[in-house]
Design a protein around this ligand. Structure first.
Ligand code: GLN
Ligand code: ZN
Length: 756
C-alpha cells in the first residue's frame, strides 16, 4: 500500500479564526486560556480534515501561534535573551515576534525575512558566538500527544539543524556553523524525547538543500545526520521549493530512512533519485503542488508514478510538494469566481482529496474508471481547452513584446532636460510613494459599496472627496509632486486583479503572510485583457485639482505576477509580458489624459529572483524588458517613476539601472543606509529618491535625521538626480503621523536647497 501524507497544513483556520483570536488576545479582549483553546480548535479541525481525507500519517508540530521558525527557536531554547522578561512561554514568543505582549517588557522584535521564494515571512533566529541551546519540548510534546489522541500514526515535523542555523543571522559576526556542535546535542535529545512518545517517523525539513550552499555547509550534512541517526528514529529528510541538483547524491547517502523531494518544482530529479535510493529507504514524492491552487493533472501524475509504485511498493509515499501553508483552506466557498474559474481550483482541502485519489489509483487501477477520477480529469481538460483562458490575440502580442528589447528613444539626460522644461521642479523635488492613510472612513465606504448598501455613484462621490482631501493636504504640506492617495485601492495587486480579464479575485482565499497577517493573492487564470482604463479617471480628477503634477500610479508586471497565484500552463515570462501589455495601454491612456508623471511600482522585483544563482540573469533579462515594455511608446517628456522596497539591492542594481525609469524611489531608512553603500560601489545614473524616513514606525522623524540621509546621499548621487521621499507608501499610517512627518521632510529638502 502506498502512503499519502502532507508536509504541513495551513494554520490560520478556515475563516482565519486564529488571526481573530490572536488579535483579540493582543488587544487584551480575551485571556490566554481562551486564545489557546481557540487555537487548539483550529488545530483539531486541521487534523480531523486531514484524517477524514485519508492521510495515512498525520503531520504534527507544523501548527504554531505565530511562526514555525520562532517555534523552533523556542524548542531549542534559543529565543533572544531580551525576551526573558516574562515566565509566560506564549508571551515570550510574542515578545520575540512583535516586541510586545500582554506580559513582559516591550523590546525589539526579531527581524522578519521571506521564507525562500514564498510570500511567507519567518522570524530570523539570532546567533552570537558561544550561544547555548537547551531543549524546551513542552509545546511540541503537547502537540504530539494531542495528535496521538486522534490517530496512532503521527509524524512530527521539525526544522533541521542546518536549515535552522543557515536561516539565522549572526548578530556579532560569529560563524553560525560553529554553533552546530552544541545545537546537535539538543537535537539528539529532542529525537530521543520524541521517540519515547511512541513515534516512528520524524520529518526533518532541510529546505536549504535547494539553495547554492557554501561547501562548508554542504559538508556539514553528513556528520550532522550521523549524529541524529543515533536516536534510532526513522527520519524523513524533507526538501522543497526546488531541486537538489548537485546535492542529490549527498542526500541519499545520509543515514536517513526516507527522502522527500519536490517533483513539482523540479521534476527532473525524479529519475536520478531512483538510482540513488537505498534498498530500504522511503521515497516521498511531492507531486501535489503546495504552492499553487490549480486542480492537479492526476492522469499525468499517474502515468509518471505507476511504474514506481509497483517497483517501490510501500516505500513510495505520495505527498504535497511542500507544506500547504502557502495555499488557502478550501475552495468550497469560491462559487463566484470570474468566468467559472472556481471549477479549476484546488485549495488545501481539495489537494488532500487529490493526493488520496492519486494514491488510491496507484494501489488499485480500478480507481481510474471511477467517478472522482473522471470528474477530476474533466476539470483539468476544461481549463486546458477553455476560450476564457486562451486568447490568440493576447498571446500574439506577448510574443511580439518578448521578441524585442524595449528602450526609450532618447537617453536619460535628454529626457530629463525635456521633462524639466515642462515640470519645472525645484532642486531635490519632494514626493511620496503613492498611498495616503486608509482611514476607517475609506474602509467603511468600500465595505458599504461592496455590500450593496450604497450606489456606485455614492461610492465614487465619496472617493472624490477623499482625493480632494488628499490633494489639499499635500499642497498644504508643500510637496512638489503629488499623488491621488490610492483611496480606491484595497491592495495594490488585488485592485488590478479585480479590473483585468484573466485574473480572478477569490472570496476567501487567504494565505498567511506572517503572524496574524494574511494576504489574498489574486488568481491569474487566463490570457490577460484590459477592457477599459483602470486608473485614468482617478488620476485625471486628482490632476484637475492642482497646478502641481500628480503622479499616475500603477503596479508593475513582476509585482502583479509575484503576489498572485500564477498559471502553471505557461511560463512566468509569458504572463509577465501579458501584464506588461495591459499596463502599457494604461500608461498611454494616462499620458493622453495629461498625466505627465507615471509611477510603475515594482517592490517585488527582488523577491522574484530565482533561488539558484545560475537562473538570475535569465529572470532579470525578461523582468527588466517586460518592465520597459510597460512604458514603450511614451513621449520623452513623460517622466516614468518606479518604486521598490525591501533593503537588499546589492545584486540587482545593474538590473534596476537597466529598467531605465527616470526616477526610482527606494527603501533606505530601515536598513541603516545600506543602499548608499551599494551606490558608492556602483553609481546609479538616473533620478533616485533614497527613502529618508521609515514609514513602518509611528514615530515622527526629526528633520536632522532626514537631512543626514540627504547629505550622505549627495556623496553618491549628483544633486540634479536626488529626490526626497519617505521609503514606502503611507496607507498604514494615520494622518496625525503623516502630516508632521512630511512637513519635516519638506523642511529637510528646503534646508538642503538653501545650503547648495
Ligand atoms: N504605491 C504603493 C503605495 O504607496 C506602493 C506600495 C509598496 O511599495 N509596497 O502604497
Ligand atoms: Zn514600498
Amino acid at each position: 500500500m502506498t502512503t499519502f501524507h502532507t508536509l504541513g497544513f495551513p494554520r490560520v483556520g478556515p475563516q482565519r479564526e486564529l488571526k481573530w483570536a490572536l488579535e483579540s488576545y493582543w488587544r487584551g479582549e480575551i485571556d490566554q486560556a481562551t486564545l489557546i483553546s481557540r487555537a487548539h480548535a483550529v488545530r483539531h479541525n486541521n487534523w480531523q480534515t486531514q484524517l477524514e481525507a485519508g492521510c495515512d500519517v498525520l503531520t504534527v508540530g507544523d501548527f504554531c501561534l505565530y511562526d514555525h521558525v520562532l517555534n523552533a527557536s523556542f524548542l531549542l531554547g534559543h529565543l533572544p535573551q531580551r525576551t526573558n522578561t516574562t515566565n509566560n512561554t506564549i508571551d515570550q514568543l510574542f515578545l520575540a515576534a512583535r516586541g510586545r505582549a500582554p506580559s513582559g517588557t516591550p523590546t525589539k522584535a526579531c527581524e522578519m525575512s521571506k521564507w525562500f521564494d514564498t510570500n511567507y515571512h519567518y522570524l530570523v533566529p539570532e546567533c552570537h558566538a558561544n550561544d547555548t541551546f537547551n531543549l524546551n519540548p513542552e509545546l511540541l510534546l503537547e502537540e504530539i500527544r494531542a495528535g496521538l489522541e486522534q490517530t496512532k500514526q503521527v509524524k512530527p515535523v521539525i526544522l533541521g539543524p542546518l536549515s535552522y542555523l543557515y536561516l539565522a543571522r549572526s548578530v556579532d559576526g560569529c560563524d553560525r556553523l560553529e554553533l552546530l556542535a552544541p545545537l546537535l546535542a539538543v537535537y539528539e535529545e529532542l529525537l530521543a524525547t520524541i521517540k519515547a512518545e511512541g513515534v516512528e517517523w520524524v520529518q526533518i525539513d532541510e529546505p536549504i538543500l535547494v539553495l547554492d550552499l557554501p561547501e562548508a555547509w554542504l559538508n556539514a550534512f553528513e556528520s550532522t545526520y550521523q549524529s541524529l541517526a543515533t536516536a534510532h528514529l526513522n527520519i524523513l529528510i524533507a526538501t522543497y521549493f526546488g531541486g537538489l541538483e548537485n546535492n542529490l547524491s549527498r542526500v541519499f547517502e545520509l543515514p536517513v530512512q526516507g527522502v522527500h523531494l519536490d517533483i513539482v518544482s523540479a521534476p527532473e530529479q525524479l529519475a536520478p533519485s531512483l538510482a540513488l535510493l537505498k534498498p530500504t529507504q522511503v521515497l516521498s514524492l511531492g507531486i501535489i503542488n503546495g504552492r499553487n491552487i490549480w486542480r492537479s493533472d492526476l492522469t499525468a501524475s499517474y502515468q509518471l508514478l505507476a511504474p514506481l509504485a509497483s517497483q517501490l511498493k510501500e516505500r513510495l509515499w505520495i505527498a504535497t510538494s511542500c507544506s500547504l501553508l502557502h495555499v488557502p483552506y478550501s475552495a468550497k466557498s469560491e462559487t463566484n469566481l470570474a468566468d467559472g474559474a472556481d471549477h479549476w481550483l484546488a485549495f488545501a482541502e481539495e489537494k488532500l482529496a487529490e493526493g488520496r485519489l492519486l494514491t488510491n489509483a496507484l494501489d488499485d487501477a480500478k480507481v481510474l474508471l471511477g467517478r472522482d477520477w473522471l470528474a477530476q480529469a474533466e476539470r483539468v481538460i476544461s481549463r486546458q481547452q477553455s476560450k476564457r483562458v486562451h486568447k490568440a490575440a493576447v498571446k500574439a502580442r506577448a510574443i511580439e513584446a518578448a521578441s524585442r528589447q524595449w528602450q526609450r528613444e532618447l537617453p536619460y539626460a535628454q529626457r530629463l532636460a525635456r521633462q524639466q522644461a515642462q515640470l519645472n521642479l525645484p532642486d531635490f523635488p519632494t514626493t511620496t510613494i503613492g498611498s495616503f492613510p486608509q482611514t476607517d472612513a475609506i474602509r467603511s465606504l468600500r465595505k458599504r459599496f461592496k455590500k450593496g448598501d450604497i450606489t456606485l455613484e455614492d461610492y465614487e462621490c465619496g472617493l472624490k472627496l477623499e482625493i480632494e482631501y488628499c490633494i489639499k493636504a499635500q499642497e498644504n504640506i508643500g510637496l512638489d509632486v503629488l499623488v491621488h492617495g490610492e483611496a480606491e485601492r484595497n491592495d495594490m495587486v488585488e485592485y488590478f486583479g479585480e479590473l483585468l480579464e484573466g485574473i480572478a479575485v477569490s472570496a476567501n482565499g487567504w494565505v498567511q503572510s506572517y503572524g496574524s497577517r494574511c494576504v489574498k493573492p489574486p488568481i491569474i487564470y487566463g490570457d490577460i485583457e484590459r477592457l477599459q482604463a483602470m486608473t485614468v479617471r482617478w488620476s485625471q480628477y486628482a490632476q484637475s485639482l492642482s497646478a502641481k503634477p500628480v503622479k499616475g500610479m500603477l503596479t508593475g508586471p513582476i509585482t502583479l505576477l509575484k503576489w498572485a497565484f500564477v498559471r502553471d500552463d505557461q511560463s512566468w515570462e509569458s504572463t509577465a509580458y501579458q501584464l506588461a501589455a495591459v499596463l502599457q495601454d494604461e500608461v498611454l491612456d494616462l499620458e493622453c489624459a495629461g498625466i505627465s508623471i507615471i509611477q510603475i511600482d515594482e517592490p517585488a522585483l527582488r523577491e522574484a529572483l530565482p533561488l539558484r544563482r545560475d537562473q538570475h540573469q535569465t529572470y532579470l533579462n525578461w523582468a527588466v524588458n517586460s518592465f520597459r515594455y510597460t512604458y514603450a511608446g511614451v513621449a520623452a517628456e513623460t517622466q516614468i517613476h518606479t518604486h521598490m522596497c525591501y533593503a537588499d539591492f546589492d545584486d540587482i542594481l545593474t538590473a534596476i539601472q537597466a529598467m531605465d525609469a527616470d526616477v526610482i524611489t527606494l527603501e533606505t531608512a530601515r536598513s541603516a543606509n545600506k543602499l548608499l553603500q551599494t551606490l558608492k560601489r556602483e553609481p546609479y545614473h538616473n533620478g533616485i529618491g533614497p527613502g529618508v524616513y521609515d514609514i513602518h514606525s509611528p514615530n515622527v522623524p526629526d528633520v536632522s535625521a532626514m537631512s543626514e540621509i540627504l547629505e550622505d546621499s549627495l556623496n553618491v548621487v549628483p544633486a540634479y538626480n536626488l529626490w526626497v521621499n519617505p521609503d514606502c507608501g503611507l496607507k498604514t499610517r494615520r494622518w496625525e503621523e503623516v502630516t508632521p512627518a512630511l512637513k519635516s521632510m519638506v523642511r529637510a529638502a528646503q534646508a538642503l536647497r538653501e545650503q547648495i
